[in-house]
Design a binder for this molecule. Structure first.
Ligand code: CDP
Ligand code: CDP
Length: 220
């Protein structure tokens, strides 16, 4: 059997990162934050003066970057860049480069390389639909736009990053629309995904749900 994957997809601030990281830790599996890879490429491109629609240059840069995760910290070519990676402006830039098919193709091998024994929990937009279509368990998280904007607001403020609730709601809707309407790997639940609305749930409750599903699917 292939190394098992739990794919957790969903829109921004639906809770996929927090939930996926905790599920991975509970199972002793590897964790892939695929959005961070898109964020890193967007940031590194901007730092090099590459335009966010320059598909060829971004695709060329994608395999060359050295990206290292150490807990919450992210290093690009050996330099700590965690705060810049987490900025909302970087998330929006990531969503712009993510519409480019050449960029998605260039990142595929890097993303798939995270699939290592004993298992992988991957979060993003297309973990279940494109990157790991054979994942034995696919979860799609949702939450109301208001709940997500408030969560992201608190998260940014706690990190000491700039945030404005009104513009966050606006940006979040724009990002949802761009992610859902792109022709390649659009954000949408695949047919075999289990949907979970996290609006009324704590992170612990969402984690318990996924772990229960992992048991039901005989993954642990
Ligand atoms: O944490 P948040 O949901 O705000 O964003 P993220 O997961 O870090 O992803 C940033 C952007 O990268 C998203 O808005 C997507 O456009 C893109 N992305 C993608 O296209 N495919 C993925 N598997 C992950 C992220
Ligand atoms: O990865 P994604 O953008 O989907 O979301 P996240 O970074 O996991 O969650 C965004 C924020 O919402 C974090 O600060 C979480 O602690 C919080 N959250 C929450 O309060 N309740 C949930 N059920 C899920 C996430």
């Amino acid at each position: 059997m292939n190394t098992p994957v739990i794919a957790i997809d969903g829109p921004t601030a639906s809770g996929k990162g927090s939930v996926a990281a905790r599920v991975a830790s509970a199972l002793g599996w590897h964790y892939l934050d695929s959005g961070a890879i898109y964020r890193v490429l967007a940031l590194a491109g901007l730092q090099r003066g590459i335009a966010l629609d320059d598909e060829a240059s971004l695709a060329d840069l994608a395999p060359k970057l050295e990206v290292r995760f150490d807990g919450e910290a992210i290093y690009i070519d050996g330099v700590e860049a965690s705060l810049d990676v987490r900025r909302e402006t970087t998330g929006n830039a990531a969503s712009k480069i993510a519409v480019l098919p050449g960029v998605r193709t260039a990142l595929m091998a890097r993303l798939r390389a995270f699939r290592q024994a004993p298992g992988l929990v991957g979060d993003g937009r297309d973990m279940g639909s494109v990157v790991f279509p054979d994942a034995p368990l696919k979860i799609f998280l949702t939450a109301s736009a208001e709940a997500r904007a408030e969560r992201r607001y608190k998260q940014l403020i706690e990190k000491g990053l700039a945030a404005n609730l009104d513009s966050l709601v606006q940006e979040l809707r724009e990002r949802d629309a761009r992610d859902a309407s792109r022709p390649v790997a659009p954000l949408k639940p695949c047919e075999d995904a289990i949907l979970l609305d996290t609006t009324p749930l704590t992170i612990d409750e969402a984690v318990a749900f996924v772990l229960q599903q992992a048991q039901t699917h005989k993954l642990c």
